[in-house]
Design a binder for this molecule. Sequence first.
Ligand code: NOJ
Length: 952
Amino acid sequence: MQFTVFFLLFLHSVWGVKDYLYKSCDNSGFCYRNRHFANQIKSKDDYESRYSLDIDTLSVSAGQLSAIIVKELPNNLPAVELPLSITILDGGSIHVKIDEKRDKKSFSGKIVNFNRYDEASKWAFQSKTLSSSNSSAVIEAKSENGDAFYEYSFSDYSFKFELDPFKIIVARQNEIQLIVNDQNLLNIEHFRAKSENKNHLTPEESDFDSFSDSFADAKDDTIPIGPESIALDFTFNNYKYVYGIPEHADSLVLKDTTSSDRPYRLYNVDIFEYETDSRMPMYGAIPFLLASRPGSSLGLFWVNSADTFIDIDKTSDVGSTKTHWISENGILEFIIMVGSTANEINKKYGEITGYTQLPQLASLGYHQCRWNYNDEKDVLSINSLMDEHRIPYDYLWLDIEYTDSKKYFTWNKDTFPNPERMLKELDHTDRNLVIIIDPHLKTDYFISNEAINKKLTINTFENKPYYGHCWPGESVWIDTLNPSSQQFWDKQFEYSKRNEFMGRLSTNLQIWNDMNEPSDFNGPETSSPRDSLHYDLWEHRSIHNVYGLSYHEATYHAMIKRLETTKRQRPFVLTRSYFAGSQRTAAMWTGDNMSKWEYLKISLPMIITSGISGMPFAGADVGGFFGNPSKELLTRWYQTGIWYPFFRAHAHIDSRRREPWVPGEPYTSIIRESIQLRYSLLPVFYTAFYHSSIEGTPVIKPVFYESPEHLENYDVEDQFFIGNSGVMVKPVTEENAASIEVLIPDSELYYSFDNGNALPNATTVSGPTSVTKSVDLHTIPVFLKGGSIIATKSRHRRSSKLMFHDPFTLTIALDKNGNAKGKLYVDDGESFDFENSGEYLDIEFELSNDSRSITSRVISSPNNLAKELVDVVFEKIVILSDGYLQDYESASVEQNNEKKAISVTTEGKLITLANSKISIISDWVIKFGEEDIVEDIKFDQVNEENGLHDEL
Ligand code: NOJ
């Protein structure tokens, strides 16, 4: 069974979140007030919106509409002016902003930036200006039944801008897709003095917690500007399923929240012992929502970094989804994207916020972490045990205990007396180290003293350094919104002798940013007080959800500078807190999960949601952070974790050791085989990341992205594809599973990785169908979709770097017409040469049944890389045919004008072309049934010199 061998070779119950620590809608002033407002409006049939567009202020130019939205006030108060701009972006997206004209004179005496925060976009967008410069979009004035409106058309879409009340209606071929302000929930709480508040309230409004906060530990909030929330509703017409808005430990498809006091909430918090099936806030926030159904998709990006609640109403009987977005403050800003498929939306969203970085290839390998590896000896012993047990890995991690008393940028000299030596030792086996650096800085040591002296800390509402508590005890926080913090941060990471901490360490060192929500153990909702101040006197409440991003970006840029001095490696930064745009510079993980089956299960929709939301480099702690997994759970977690884009095992300081060799046999061998399978598939993951980095395709891709024509696929959250490779996975996440249901999402063939057989019924059914597959502890249900070609590597090495020169195997899975296509991306795996000088190989494969040939075309033109890869070959081609390919008894390969015979063996429906030794760097063609073979080449062992021994 050659094929089997080939793939085998590859191959406290009392815990629970303390929810009273975190605000619900009912005890969050701005959320309560907006829900109240919404309920009042919904209960009135004759409600007339107070928001309309003043036609006299309206101006239209190519690609832009601007006007004043007028908010009528009661009691003869002058109307509030809300400047509106609508910009048409490239690709037909629309960018809407609504600000408030505020009279500075009416506000005095407080140290705070009085404007509405309008810089969430500065952090989220990849460039300052969105590309609309070439837009010549025509916005036409029209009227219907005497009502004036404006309209812009793009492809078969129309965007109608209604004036009174202000609404936007997006239609495609006259079918309404989306209505903005459908329910008249537009609400902008304008500035008013506390003494005038009552006078400014309309009958629909409440004044609950407008100038004070009655929530437990938030009572000290001075709320200097008073109520300033913004809210708006969006109806996704005829869209049953909406997705995104991470981070929540919840299902893939967003749930109805109308009968709960906890709508989906985006407020980055260090949520202790989070629960599954929950809409509570977590560590990260991406205010991006995708609506998708066969044929059409929509994206909504709510560009706001303040505390945000999102109500989802799925009670419509026509299968529409109504959403209500409520943020504490800031300008009201959003972008609408339209497209036929979900992936088109991801592409447009990526053009705005940037695509994921292409990570170092090594960072796609296995990461071994725990809180903590205690000392240098421990680290080096883990490193050797990995070899002893033939477990490949790339990164070993050090949690906070490596420091001297949690003072970041110091080493504990007793336990880590010689980090330079340790790093070199790891480097010797081509492995890397990651160390943690958190944003809280213990008081009274050189780093925090300097940050305070240079005025680079987060400050109190009186603009004095803010003192809170975190791991080290009393701490101050670096304010990475302050541009001057970058230089200070750079200095700490500098590769130079004057930097005692890491200046001399070899560059196989990368960084983990944790606790950057920011987590403050004594702060309200375990974070910074909302009235604390950042650079430019912005209140923390305005910037809260971008703080984490600003922090990990500062680290990334500091690491870029460090690595520039040496060999220009791509930095690897892991962050716990994130925002839209974080994908440009960091990977994320889902924080402190638990060693329980439900956390294994929920990791999949969480990571898939992250990918849908533009942040594909995501993972969950393998094994679970809190507690001790059973051997079965640990094994199943590895078998699932190998599919996480970011694959790291991690454990709490109180948990028992659980490195892969700890559970013993048969578990250790099964875990080893799983990790080896991940390594053999690294080219598939790397190729998927490459596509994600240029067009936003999720790395673990939902089933409905692959087969969007069937609505049945739209709520599948436990099965997925790896990018566009055709690799489909259904991890086993049930205890004692003896069988699982695998969904065949379309009428294509799906070949099983373990025996090469196609799943039954695939071609005879017209839509998605389930098949039952029996499983034992060894089984990882993996399939290759008919029509796909993947490139893998099958030599087992210690780490990914040692695989660089290893030969590839091509596996071709024929579709029902006997054809297949695939892609492979290769570069040096660590530098920016791919970006700066085109040093990458982009290869397209195709097997055509008609011409009975396999072709490989290199569609890029690398120079130095081609020289480095000159000895790298395809050594074997395996064809999963299910009988679709005829005439394959003989074959020849032609490359660089040379033609050679290659040997063909068949076993059942499996065809293997061996001893082919075809170079990867130039085009080639294999033809079946060729007679005129020139020369039969001998198979000789392909270069094995780079591995230290055969097996590893
Ligand atoms: C919290 C993180 O989520 C966890 O992964 C880490 O081990 C601890 N902080 C200690 O640094």
